[in-house]
Design a protein. Structure first.
Length: 680
């Protein structure tokens, strides 16, 4: 395996593929992937290459088992990972953003400007959600990743009977990961496999066809999700530091960038939008940890950290600093994906560790690699018991059921491809009846999610950049959405609901847009889908009047004037050095805000520090869609009286070391919403 460094001249064997050979070149390319680098000889003529290669192939008694294992692994990949039977749209939050991403991709909406989200135009390859016109892309990207994951592991494993068993184990692990919703482990392990293949290629002074396939695969998954783009780019940069010819070290990164650009343009996106999409990822990536953190068992995290230390020790054995960094970077990306939001996301770490354990043991069975596999097994059991919590028989039934479903899907692809569109159309009809959207003149956007039902109603969707309110989780993203409602191209109608996640205070989710709604829209109706706002003929005037500046401390109450006015708060609360380190390496402790109204009722909510710095409505308190309706009518009538707030208190999650500055500043403003003087 490539971890071993240089191979001695007596045992170093390889076939140089002559691409000028006719129809057999692809066959010999596959042989090059699968033949052991310890059993090959450098030959110059194409004929000699074929003769010696075939002789070597048939002389090895394990080759038949090895080939059979590779075929079984590949079939498992195709059967389970490729979405032959894609999911259909649903009404909940997850299905709604999936439907939105598919719609944006199919309609060639500009990612980075029209749509600002963590996913890109190839998101369907991750979500496996069907949409007309995207099914072929979905099958293509997942099939490409399946081919590469199979061939890369075949190349990097030992060419003996034990290696054959591990190849089958690799395929089984992938099939198990594939039955769960979160398949990030398969996408995050791919950059490491590409690095390992390129590491060997650079030292061998040639770039193999498999490595080129791997680089193209990374370019494809870059357009799936921002996290995959970051991990792919980072590990290709590490290839530059592998000892060898500089041209071979730099070439993969250049090819990767070129492929990303080509795929971006082929997806229907403007070339200029690629950089905008990359820039738009920054506030999403930087704000995710603080806003989406969700506490879980610290013991699972500690077991993972033990596994990380063992993995780094295994990689240190091979005396390659770039390789150690590549393994460490992969485990770091997995760690953030799994344990920032420590719910079902834990399965990402379990899956990635299982794949890496298989990779280490395929290289060499040592005390360290076996210890890593044992720790991985413990982690998988803990994650299964903590998050999946289903009988093994149920999971086995789902595993079998997915195989049957995908086999039927393959048959439909071959014999009845139109059936996918028919099922999709029927689901759209069902959604439109289950969650009816009223017919409205002009463009529409919906808060905070329910985009699936809106699109099922054939409404003219005009989305805000951050399409779902829970994702506008810092000042930059919240300001994008607020600006959208102030621009001339804003939607003509809004369907509005208060639907915060994680017990957040409602104004933490697109609360910066509320004054823009009151300014530019009139409340027209209330329907089962939510409050209906239509664009005002004459926009109102929103004025902010500085009221007072207060100095507060964590854990202490701060007095808020409970007058019959709108009180806007901008809270300048900062992390200390410990908080910044925790935010980068793990997750900071959660913040909470206790709001007490003048009638003595106290409620506690999740507080987002980055949203609070941009400003939010602190009084009156708004908890539900009905509260927002009442407040809107009071604002339009000029008499705000309900839900007045007397005090607030911000606290840090118990059990953590202090991660925020004790003192903070609150800038309070009075908000006046009125008609222009010329209309009064």
């Amino acid at each position: 395996m490539i971890f071993r460094g240089e191979i001695s001249a007596k045992t170093k064997i390889k076939i140089i593929i002559d691409l000028s050979v006719g129809g057999n070149s692809a066959f010999w390319c596959l042989i090059d992937f699968m033949l052991s680098k310890d059993n090959m000889v450098r030959i110059e003529s194409s004929k000699e290459k074929r003769d010696v290669g075939m002789k070597t192939w048939y002389q090895s008694p394990d080759k038949l088992w090895y080939c059979l294992a590779a075929i079984i692994c590949f079939m498992l990949m195709l059967l389970y990972f490729v979405p032959w039977s894609p999911i259909l749209p649903g009404e909940d939050l997850e299905h709604s953003w999936q439907m939105s991403m598919n719609y944006a991709s199919a309609k060639k909406m500009a990612f980075g400007t029209d749509i600002v989200f963590t996913f890109g135009p190839f998101s369907a390859a991750y979500t496996r959600s069907y949409y007309p016109g995207l099914f072929g892309m979905m099958l293509g990207v997942t099939s490409l990743l399946s081919v590469f994951l199979t061939l890369a592991f075949v190349r990097l494993s030992e060419k003996k009977l034990s290696g054959s068993l591990l190849i089958i184990a690799w395929g089984l692990i992938v099939s198990i990961i594939s039955i769960f919703y979160l398949k990030d482990a398969l996408f995050l392990i791919a950059p490491l496999l590409v690095y390992l293949c390129l590491n060997f290629d650079v030292k061998s002074e040639r770039i193999s066809a498999l490595s080129i396939l791997g680089v193209f695969t990374l370019a494809s998954i870059t357009l799936v999700k921002g996290t995959f783009a970051i991990s792919s780019f980072a590990l290709l940069v590490l290839v530059i530091f592998v000892p060898g010819l500089w041209r071979l070290r730099v070439l993969p990164l250049i090819v990767y960038i070129v492929c990303v650009v080509l795929l971006w343009v082929m997806s229907g996106q403007p070339l200029s939008g690629l950089m905008l999409h990359a820039i738009a990822m920054k506030p999403i990536v930087s704000g995710y940890t603080d806003a989406m953190a969700f506490e879980g068992s610290i013991w699972v995290v500690l077991v993972y950290c033990v596994g990380v230390m063992l993995a780094l020790l295994v990689s240190l054995k091979y005396r390659s600093i770039p390789t150690v960094l590549a393994v460490g970077a992969t485990l770091f990306f997995v760690f953030k994906a799994a344990y920032v939001r420590q719910d079902i996301h834990e399965v990402i770490a379990a899956g990635a560790m299982a794949l890496m354990a298989c990779l280490f043991i395929a290289n060499s069975v040592t005390a360290l690699s076996v210890s890593f596999a044992v720790v991985t097994s413990v982690l998988c059991v803990m994650s299964y018991n903590g998050q999946i919590q289903r009988p093994i028989s149920v999971v086995v039934g789902e595993w079998k059921g997915q195989a049957v479903s995908n086999i039927n899907g393959v048959l439909d692809v071959i014999f009845d491809r139109a059936s996918f569109k028919k099922r999709f159309d029927q689901r759209m009809i069902d959604l439109s009846s289950q969650f009816p959207i009223p017919a409205l003149d002009g463009s529409v956007d919906i808060y905070s999610f329910h985009q699936s039902s809106l699109l099922a109603s054939n409404a003219q969707w005009s989305p805000r950049p951050v399409i779902q309110s829970y994702s506008a989780f810092n000042s930059a993203l919240a300001k994008m959405n607020a600006k959208h409602l102030s621009d001339e191209g804003r939607p003509k109608n809004l369907i509005f609901n208060i639907e915060p996640i994680d017990n957040r205070y409602s104004a933490m989710e697109d609360g910066l847009s509320w004054p823009e709604i009151w300014k530019n829209y009139d409340l027209k109706d209330k329907v089962p889908a939510g409050l209906v706002f239509s664009e005002s003929i004459v926009p109102r005037v929103v004025e902010y009047e500085s009221y007072k500046v207060l100095n507060g401390k964590l854990g202490e109450q701060v007095e808020i004037d409970g007058s019959n006015e709108l009180i806007w708060a901008e809270i300048n609360l900062k992390k200390n050095i410990i908080g910044r380190v925790l935010g980068f390496g793990f997750r900071p402790p959660l913040l909470f805000i206790e709001i007490k109204t003048t009638d003595g009722v106290v409620k506690k909510y999740r507080y987002l520090e980055q949203v609070g710095s941009a400003g939010f409505l602190v009084s009156p308190r708004v908890d539900t869609t009905i509260d927002f309706e009442v407040l809107s009518r009071e604002i339009y009538s000029g008499n705000v009286s309900h839900g007045r707030v007397s005090t607030i208190r911000i606290t840090q999650e118990a059990g953590w070391i202090p991660a925020f500055d004790v003192g903070y500043e609150i800038n309070l403003k009075k908000v006046q919403v009125s008609l222009p003087r010329s209309v009064k």
